[in-house]
Ligand binder design. Structure first.
Ligand code: SAH
Ligand code: SF4
Length: 365
């Protein structure tokens, strides 16, 4: 059965059409969505509110899921679940489901971090996914299904489905543009507000401009990691093609078009991008672009000497950047939760690291 028939991305018209084939009225669409989204149904057969004949027909016409769970790790005393998921062709990707308890006046959040590719072509020096190179793009159904699967894990714990989705897992979403956008629209149909969806990118300038034309109030995060082109090109090789100033200009255009404040992500790497001049440069860029800065102490990855600064160094750096910065510790360090790490641990990988490191002139173990 083709990807277009996956439940994850089926629109209401398609679902209504399938229900009609079974002689069922349109309100069945709402029931199907509720059973799959809030009801934790793990298959059409579990949608017990529906007549048995409709369940059978749905099973014949649609694929319920396109990914299956192969491993789960739990961390942060149960607040973080890291899932390793397998596609029909055997490729595996990671999804992280994170719960944030209510801190009044803030409501509780349930955030899913989704992958958009198996591996990634950008090849950032500190990233386990980048070490893989690009294996393949994920389909829109494979991206969206990750959020449904995370919702089922939460359902088992008595929690509602995702309130937020961040495109910060494996892969570069803007190098897999159409499936990424199709998945965003599918998630909106499932009930995730566009304002609660964040696309994170290493800075694919033409795709950022294209995103601005979609007229969706998505949040955009640009992964900066350096404040000068020389260092940024070594950390994020695509910077040679889309230099820092161009990325930031595109980010500012996007913010103007979408009405959403830009975010800048900055992974802190000891002795590489955590100098006082980096903090001051970052402060200046944040002021110029009106962006909020998320500082992420690097998670160590296998085979690399790149390391995270000490907590006092992180605090000092954050203080120097000033009020526009907050420190985000990666959720689930114990669960190998940083991008691509669980997969790197559980799936044998080619020996690409040393080659990549030589190219980038960075120290590697
Ligand atoms: N490709 C996109 C989205 C996926 S990566 C991008 O680069 O923005 C999502 C975030 O995880 C990026 O900000 C990336 O820098 C960060 N990340 C990757 N490896 C990491 C590591 N080892 N430790 C901490 N953050 C990491
Ligand atoms: Fe790709 Fe993002 Fe990892 Fe860089 S940080 S290699 S862009 S997934």
């Amino acid at each position: 059965m083709s990807d277009a028939l996956a439940l994850a991305i089926a629109d209401d018209a398609r679902l209504a059409g399938v229900a009609a084939e079974a002689g069922e009225p349109r309100y069945r669409v709402t029931q199907i969505r509720q059973a799959a989204w809030r009801g934790g149904a793990a298959g059409f057969e579990a949608m017990t509110l529906l007549p048995a004949a409709l369940r059978d027909h749905l099973g014949a016409r649609l694929r319920f899921g396109v990914l299956t769970e192969v491993a789960t790790r739990t961390a942060d005393r149960g607040l973080t679940h890291k899932l390793l998921l397998r596609a029909a062709d055997g490729q595996t990707v990671e999804t992280v489901a994170m719960t944030y308890p209510a801190r009044p006046p803030a409501h509780p959040r349930r955030t899913v971090c989704v992958s958009t590719q198996v591996g990634c072509a950008v090849g950032c020096a500190f990233c386990a996914t980048g070490q893989l190179g690009l294996r393949r793009h994920l389909t829109a159904a494979e991206i969206t299904d990750q959020v449904l699967i995370a919702g089922r894990a939460w359902h088992g714990a008595g929690l509602p489905p995702a309130s937020h989705v961040v495109y910060m897992g494996m892969g570069e979403p803007l190098q897999n543009y159409q499936p990424t956008l199709d998945s965003v629209r599918a998630l909106i149909r499932w009930g995730v507000a566009a304002r609660r969806i964040t696309i994170s990118t290493s800075g694919i300038v033409p795709a950022i401009d294209r995103l601005a034309t979609e007229r969706l109030p998505l949040r955009l995060a640009i992964s900066l990691h350096a404040v000068d082109d020389d260092l940024r090109t070594r950390l994020v090789p695509i910077n040679a093609r889309y230099p820092l100033a161009d990325c930031l200009a595109a980010g500012v255009r996007y913010a103007a078009a979408s009405g959403r404040r830009l975010s800048l992500e900055y992974v802190l790497i000891a002795g590489v991008n955590d100098r006082p001049q980096d903090a001051l440069g970052l402060r200046r860029l944040a002021e110029q672009t009106g962006a909020h800065v998320n500082l992420i102490p690097m998670n160590r990855i296998p085979g690399s000497d790149l390391a995270t600064p000490s907590p006092p160094q992180v605090r000092q750096f954050a203080a120097a950047v000033g009020g526009r910065a907050s420190v985000r510790f990666s959720r689930g360090d114990q669960a190998a939760a940083a991008c691509g790490q669980l997969r790197a641990e559980l799936v044998p990988r080619p020996a690409q690291l040393a080659r990549a490191a030589r190219r980038l002139r960075l120290p590697v173990g």
